[in-house]
Design a protein around this ligand. Structure first.
Ligand code: DAH
Length: 315
């Protein structure tokens, strides 16, 4: 293809041809003129596309990995950072994966079956009301806890169990509750669920896993205790408490409720196609926000979702 310069030269030469009109016999002038105009139109067309091509060749490639530079709209560019909850969540997941747990991710929109039926809350069960669930107009449910993932974890890893192994999964996720917001209650927060099933899973194993999780996360020995709880999807159901250590502002005498747990109810296993006469399981779920608040001595959970830069910059 000719360059812009070459075409311009041709155009100039062509323009000179027009001067010849005067020297041509009058009856031939018309065809001569039409011919010249045709040639000129063609050259102008070629010039235009040559110019466009040259222009696109001159565009500098954009390095999308380059740091942005300050500009009129954004005179000062600040370095962003990972949200503190995500940092804490990675620590927690790291501990679980070193213990051998698989990780699945929860979803932010779920349904009636995963939120209730699969977890042994039959229709009309009074415990359904305890979860302050939001609902979309279409009938979907933003999950009120990560337990909505239990059915998926059980069915996904069932083949490991049948092959003589076990199901060991943790599932972090964002959860939503339609409740009044105050320093200790948020409508949006993070939980992490755990599910373990084997031929002979026991409550003792569960307490061992949880004690070791908290001790590794806080980097010190901790006392734990349980108290009876109630969840339709576990039997028996427990609440697990840890003794607030002095290093975290405790006086050595306060107990903090950290999560709900228990032996997976036979109906939950059955719904997922696992024979409760052959296999036993335990499950647990608790807030990541609470874990992080204790670590950093925070007294107001609302900071996490506030988008306040002064808060986020402290991490
Ligand atoms: N999903 C419960 C809640 O948010 C916590 C929980 C209790 C999870 C017992 C479990 C469990 O997996 O076994 O209140």
């Amino acid at each position: 293809m000719s360059t812009v310069e070459e075409i311009k030269k041709e155009l100039k030469a062509l323009n000179a041809e027009y001067a010849k009109i005067k020297t041509i016999a009058p009856e031939e002038r018309k065809t001569f003129g039409i011919e010249l105009n045709k040639k000129r139109q063609e050259l102008e067309k070629r010039l235009k596309s040559a110019e466009e091509a040259a222009e696109s060749e001159n565009i500098e490639p954009i390095d999308i990995t380059a740091p942005s530079a300050p500009n009129e709209k954004i005179p000062e560019i600040k370095q962003g950072s990972k949200h503190p909850l995500m940092t804490e969540l990675s620590h927690v997941l790291d501990i679980y994966s070193r213990m051998g747990f698989n990780i699945m991710e929860a979803r932010q929109l779920d349904d009636e079956f995963h939120m209730f039926e699969s977890l042994n809350f039959p229709e009309g069960h009074p415990a359904r009301d305890g979860y302050d669930t939001f609902r979309t107009r279409e009938g979907f449910i933003p999950p009120a806890h990560t337990s909505t993932m239990q059915y998926r974890a059980l069915t996904r890893y069932k083949s490991d169990l049948e092959a003589g192994g076990q199901i060991a999964v943790v599932i972090p996720g964002r959860v939503f509750r339609n409740e009044d917001v105050d320093a200790t209650h948020e409508h949006t927060f993070y939980q992490c669920e755990g599910v373990f099933v084997s031929k002979d899973a026991t409550m003792g194993q569960m307490l061992g896993v949880l004690k070791s999780l908290f001790e590794t996360y806080y980097g010190q020995d901790l006392k734990i205790k349980t108290q009876p709880g109630y969840f339709p999807f576990t039997e028996p159901s427990l609440e697990l408490l840890i003794e607030k250590p002095k290093s975290l502002g405790g006086k050595g005498d306060g107990w903090l409720e950290m999560l709900g747990c228990g032996m997976i109810h036979p109906n939950v296993l059955k719904t997922a196609g696992i024979d409760p006469d052959k296999y036993k399981g335990f499950a647990w779920g608790g807030g990541i926000d609470r874990l992080a608040m204790l670590k950093y001595g925070l007294t107001d959970v609302r900071y996490f979702e506030s988008g306040k830069l002064e808060f986020l910059e402290e991490f």
